[in-house]
Design a protein around this ligand. Structure first.
Ligand code: HEM
Length: 723
């Protein structure tokens, strides 16, 4: 390449980057145009007339309010209508803006413009939980929603997925029943904070296709620490179509660059009481601090030969996953969340996602769950916004031009000119695309509709094999947590028949020992030893389905052995004699180098006698919000005995210890304090030089994260017999 042409190539490259960024900025400009700043303005009516609506108009200082006070009446009328209906599922959510960058040119796969070389698009992602209503706890055990809208040049592309790889059902016709069964019990009105018990487990018993998904929810994957440490999963198979009309099937994932981290169930219940917004606070604060979470957009690809099968995996059955070992996901781009919303109602509450929102190059398959989703979201959005015009709200509006004959309806914001409202027309209205235009919502070349006689079909599969292999990948601690979660849920069902049926029909079909352990813990009848799948009377596996594979996401400490600690929080316990400025100094640079924040927790907030400033107290915070705990070194040894910790500090440390967290006791007093607590020399407990201890704790946080060997585990041999 000659000097001049090389120069032009560089310049062209620069321009293409600039124009890609411009595309992303278009959405920001559009949103900025909708911003309204009322700071310092004078109160007016909605007619723009200045008025005092802080004091009612009254017939004398002690008299009745006057009907004539239309200004306050309007204020009240607006207030009375301030809520829109909450989402029927995934009501409790929050989100942020960011960007999606394509890693390269994927036009061989898809015509989607957001996967072109250098493409950068603005996005909004909303995270949610399915069951809890607005105001509930975001940390509850649940399937968490992960919905992303890419505002691309060629229109909005939505990815509406969950944080787990599978689902509870395979046919959308069952979705209303599923939701009725898991939300609060209809007669009682509880539980509102999490999944119901009797109705849910009765439903699960009738839907063995959800056995794997339920086990995922009941494993530690079901209680992610926060949204930065969880994946997004499309669950269904989708279709890429390239400009030549060639179709390639895909399943999509958002893989967190920070890896996966989970809470302990005891923490979940405490966080629900102490800060039910822990997840949104974590995301908001990290973004505000410039620590932007990232996920890679990855796809598993499958050739489209019309069968929707791949190596024995049925791609039309959303509860069936394809292991990463067998089909490693290919990374196509990166999602970065970097901007908090300005207004909770106008942005995360008002955004509407729909799996049917795709651009040219992305399409669907005849999966009976997906097919119902394609209608349901637009329908519910129309109800929720009280109007089919919800797509005109700033957060929903595409940057691509919108021109059609949709007209009128509640809150129509446009004043359309002219009188043509039909297509085709010869009087200046919206025209049909030309014959050579590339269009979304068209079939791939040669795509066949229908695969047999019309009928109501039930998928046949081995619903338990997938759950069994998942169970077999759990280490003994992850296994214990999952057994405990089944015990908690089934132990609350309150209907012994429902419980026994679930144990016999589902758990025992997954694994006899799992069923016996759960039954043992809740006083149910244990299925006969060896009566599960490895013994006689097993449910036959689908012979075409591979028998062993690992979980898509890690649950043992050996996977993801070294995670990033970005955005984690640690506490230093201090009081008037505990914790020195030297402790803080020794730790600070090490912690901030890994973007880990330090909170000094003491009996009171403010300057302590040691000169250290406490920014939280045992009343304002709790150990459950921290990933590791440090105990300050003793500034004086006068009057200390045993651990030297007061009751609040003792509880703080010991509960965190009980949750498997790393504990570091700083300075020469550290080992004495730890031996007073009787935890000295235990795994994950460190003492001595402050900088060394800080490093040890940071290493522990990166992996293994927790030290679960501190907890009792079942005597498996006694319950299940020697292996
Ligand atoms: C036929 C089955 C399903 C139906 C009928 C259905 C229906 C709905 C409805 C009505 C909403 C409320 C939307 C709103 O008011 O804005 C919703 C939200 C949601 N659904 Fe589904 N759903 C189904 C299956 C699924 C599956 C399989 C997934 C995951 C792969 C999923 C993920 C989500 C997410 C993430 C949201 C929250 C979107 C947001 O943040 O606004 N749903 N669903």
């Amino acid at each position: 390449m000659g000097q001049v042409s090389r120069w032009w190539a560089i310049l062209a490259g620069v321009f293409s980057i600039v124009s890609a960024q411009d595309v992303a900025n278009q959405k920001i400009d559009q949103l900025n145009a909708a911003l309204k700043d009322t700071a310092g303005t004078i109160d007016t009516t909605d007619n723009g007339v200045q008025v005092n609506t802080s004091n009612s108009l009254r017939a004398g200082p002690r008299g009745y309010n006057l009907l004539e006070d239309t200004a306050v009446r309007k204020k009240m009328l607006h207030f009375d209508r301030e809520r829109t209906p909450e989402r029927v599922v995934h009501a409790l959510g929050h989100g942020a803006y960011g960007t999606f960058e394509s890693y390269g040119d994927f036009s061989n796969l898809t015509a989607a413009c957001w996967l072109r070389d250098g493409a950068v698009s603005e996005v909004f992602t909303r995270f949610s939980v399915v069951v809890a209503s607005v105001g509930g706890s975001e940390s509850g055990r649940d399937t968490h929603g992960f919905a992303t809208k890419i505002y691309s040049e060629c229109g909005n592309q939505d990815f509406v997925g969950n944080h787990l790889s599978s689902f509870f059902i395979n046919d959308g016709a069952d979705f209303p029943d599923l939701v009725h069964a898991v939300k609060y019990e209809a007669d009682k009105g509880f539980p509102t904070g999490g999944t119901a018990h009797r109705t849910a487990y009765d439903f699960f018993d009738h839907h063995p296709e959800g056995a794997f998904q339920l086990m995922n929810v009941l494993s530690d994957l079901g209680i992610p620490r926060d949204v930065r440490h969880m994946s997004g999963n499309g669950v269904h198979t989708f279709r890429f179509i390239n400009a030549e009309g060639k179709s390639t099937l895909f399943k999509w994932f958002w893989l967190p660059k920070l890896g996966h981290r989970s809470l302990f169930y005891d923490e979940v219940t405490k966080i629900a009481g102490k800060n039910n917004n822990f997840q949104r606070v974590d995301l908001y604060n990290n973004i505000a601090a410039g620590i932007y979470p990232e996920w890679e957009f990855a796809v598993q690809l499958f050739p489209d030969d019309g069968s929707y099968m791949w190596r024995g995996y049925d791609l039309l059955i959303p509860t069936v996953i394809v292991p990463f070992d067998e089909n490693p996901p290919m990374k196509l781009g990166r999602l970065t969340l970097n901007r908090n919303p300005n207004n909770f109602f106008a942005e995360p509450e008002s955004i509407s996602f729909a799996p049917s929102n795709v651009v040219d190059g992305v399409s669907f398959v005849p999966d009976p769950l997906l097919q119902w989703r394609l209608m349901s979201y637009d329908d519910t959005a129309t109800h929720r916004h009280g109007s089919p015009n919800g797509f005109t709200l700033p957060v929903n509006r595409p940057i691509a031009p919108v021109n059609n004959n949709y007209r009128d309806g509640y809150m129509q914001p446009y004043i359309y000119e002219g009188n043509s409202t039909s297509t085709p027309n010869s009087i200046g209205g919206v025209q049909e695309p030309g014959a050579d235009a590339t269009l979304a919502y068209t079939a791939a070349a040669g795509e066949q509709a229908g695969s047999g006689p019309i009928g109501r079909y039930v998928s046949q599969y081995d619903w338990f094999g997938q759950a069994r292999t998942f169970w077999n990948t759990l280490d003994k601690f992850a296994e214990q947590h999952t057994v405990d979660a089944y015990r908690f849920e089934l132990g609350n069902v309150g209907d012994a028949d429902v419980v026994q049926r679930y144990i016999n029909n589902t758990l025992n079909s997954i694994d006899n020992c799992l069923a016996r352990r759960v039954a043992f813990g809740i006083g149910s009848t244990m299925p006969e030893m060896g009566s599960g799948p490895s013994g006689s009377g097993t449910i036959q596996s689908n012979s075409s389905m591979p028998k062993t594979f690992s979980s898509l996401y890690p649950l043992g400490a050996t996977q993801e052995p070294h995670k990033s600690n970005e955005g984690l929080q640690v506490a230093l316990i201090a009081n008037d004699t505990l914790g020195t400025q030297a402790d803080v100094q020794a730790m600070m640079s090490l912690l901030s180098a890994q973007q880990v924040s330090l909170t000094v927790v003491a009996p009171r907030i403010g300057m302590l006698k040691t000169g250290v400033t406490a920014n939280a107290s045992f009343i304002t915070t709790s150990d459950v919000f921290f990933d590791a705990i440090f105990i300050g070194s003793l500034a004086t040894t006068n009057g200390t005995s045993g651990s030297g910790l007061d009751m609040d500090s003792y509880n703080f440390v010991m509960e965190a210890y009980g949750h498997g967290k790393a504990i570091g006791a700083l300075g020469s007093s550290g080992s004495g304090i730890l031996s007073g607590l009787a935890i000295q020399s235990k795994p994950g407990v460190y003492s001595g030089d402050a900088a060394r201890v800080a490093n040890d704790v940071l290493d522990a946080l990166a992996g293994p994260v927790r030290f679960p060997e501190r907890f009792p585990t079942d005597d498996v041999n006694a319950i299940c017999g020697a292996a």
